[in-house]
Design a protein around this ligand. Structure first.
Ligand code: HEC
Length: 178
């Protein structure tokens, strides 16, 4: 019994220790604020350098169930990247002053991208293609919901989860007539 109590106490200490380590990753009040600044403020750059290439790599993986571990790993890695990037978007806000709903919708749509990309990540971990596909479609709808809100400033693309679309990797090579 004493052994059990000691074991329990040790386990509790270990859990508390792990919690303390986890929490120490959070910013301390005296941490330089510069450390916490985003590397890049521009949403345009986030979209064209993070979201777009990741979505492009993900899209062909969602056409049919991966046949090997490498395919599932790729799906998982893109989903995680998009989930973390979606989470990061919640720290920004819409700069569209023309559409009053845009500012209101921004946090919801960012959080939805995170939620569905996280579900995709978890489905890929379980190699559950039906759920992965559903989450991927819902994530794309959330990307598009924000793009629709933002549309009066420039024209963010409407993404097509399946079939041809703006983020496809297929490039039409123009015929050169000489
Ligand atoms: C909360 C808002 C928001 C969400 C969510 C969002 N986007 Fe965007 N996206 C924008 C805005 C704003 C632009 C236009 C940026 C500009 O041109 O200044 C844009 C532009 C883009 C572009 C065009 C960039 C280019 O270089 O042509 C792509 C591609 C894109 N987004 C992909 C995605 C994908 C994929 C997702 C979801 C996984 C997503 N976006 C989610 C706001 C959002």
């Amino acid at each position: 019994m004493r052994l059990l109590t000691t074991a329990l106490a040790t386990a509790t200490l270990l859990i508390l220790g792990a919690f303390a380590v986890g929490r120490s990753a959070e910013p301390s009040p005296d941490q330089e604020t510069a450390d916490m600044q985003p590397v890049e403020e521009s949403i345009n750059v986030h979209m064209s350098s993070l979201f777009k290439p990741s979505y492009r790599r993900l899209k062909p993986l969602m056409v049919s169930e991966p046949t090997d571990a490498a395919g599932w790993n790729k799906m998982r890695s893109e989903a995680l990247l998009l989930a973390e990037c979606g989470s990061n978007l919640t720290q920004y806000h819409s700069s569209n002053g023309f559409n009053p709903d845009a500012k209101k919708n921004w946090p919801r749509n960012s959080a939805d991208v995170k939620k569905h990309a996280a579900a995709l990540y978890n489905a890929a971990k379980k190699q559950d293609f039906d759920n992965a596909k559903r989450s991927y479609t819902s994530m794309t709808n959330s990307c598009n919901a924000c793009h629709k809100s933002e549309v009066s400033l420039g024209s963010p693309p409407m993404l097509t989860p399946f079939g041809k679309g703006i983020t496809d990797i297929y490039i039409v090579i123009p015929k050169v007539i000489d």
